[in-house]
Design a protein around this ligand. Sequence first.
Ligand code: SF4
Ligand code: SF4
Length: 369
Amino acid sequence: MKKELALGMMRLPVDNNGKIDFQETNRLTDYFLEQGFRRFDTAELYHDTCSEHAVRECIVKRHKRDTFEIADKLTSWRIPEGMTAEEFFRKQLDVTQAGYFDRYLLHSVEEKIYPAAEEKGYFDFIFEKKAAGLVRETGFSFHGTPELLDKVLTKYPEVDFVQLQINYIDWDNPSIRSRECYETARKHGKKILIMEPVKGGMLANLQEEGTAILRAVSPERSTASWAIRFAAGLDGVDTVLSGISNMEQMQDNVNTMKDFQPLSDDELKALGKLRAYLTRVPLVECTGCRYCVPACPLELPIPGYISTLNNAQLFGKADGVVRSYKWHAEKHKPSDCVKCECCTAVCPQHLDIPGHLERLANWVKRNGI
Ligand code: SF4
Ligand code: SF4
């Protein structure tokens, strides 16, 4: 099976004002196409709503429509009050000028979003778009439990693919349950697309001891390429998405996927050793069950904070860790916790949640974030 690489257009090169650098993006997208790749992935909310504009300016206007493929998403929480899914979709076609989308996904299906998607008929909506020829393939990106994935795929066998978050460090993580989600998608015979194989860039920037474990086996390969090869090497994986920000990353990703070689037995063993090394520091054993969230008077995103705290222990102040912190702390900061302990009363793991939130708040303060 041929493995595709898709350019995720959520971390494009930016100028000093944080705006997308269109000239540099042209250079990246042109190179990507020249090297025989053709898939691009965007969403309305990426780059403060400018990513779809970059798709239009850097790809659609500059290349023939049959030389590239665009994936876009129905991001349900971004549909403003009074706007219909149809209007949201039409606006995306209008902004990108793509004419049609090669892939159209329900964005980030998980336990909280799924009931509303059901109620509003969003799955039927994307199937209608496919029937009308405005979408070639339908699917959804997924961030929930394997039980929910099984339920959705049983109810909607028509979806062409599932986009899963898979990387080697979270493969057996009990709160993310990547392996089980992957196995569920395989059970339903779905094509699998993988997002965040490098865990938001964290697996590209291992600390020295971690990198040395990988270099001892394959000295010439970049640390990021191990993560891409782990994801792409899984059976049934059709595409690996990578958020690429510069030419160095682009060339590394393209070289890895152009002549794709799955990890050898020795490399898989080295990855096992690396996993053991990275997880030597005991992490907070949150299973992501979310029982604590409605119990908290502030509805703090406790599992998200704990996952950020674990990543901060593993990867330090890596860009991906800081981004994840900011995402979770948009509404409330961990320091807002009032230590009422309503959460600890319902946590099946008996975790000292206020204590862990305090540790995260201290880490944030120490690192000037
Ligand atoms: S202790 Fe903190 S996190 Fe737990 S319920 Fe109270 S405010 Fe929320
Ligand atoms: S209840 Fe406990 S285990 Fe469940 S998400 Fe909250 S902190 Fe994690």
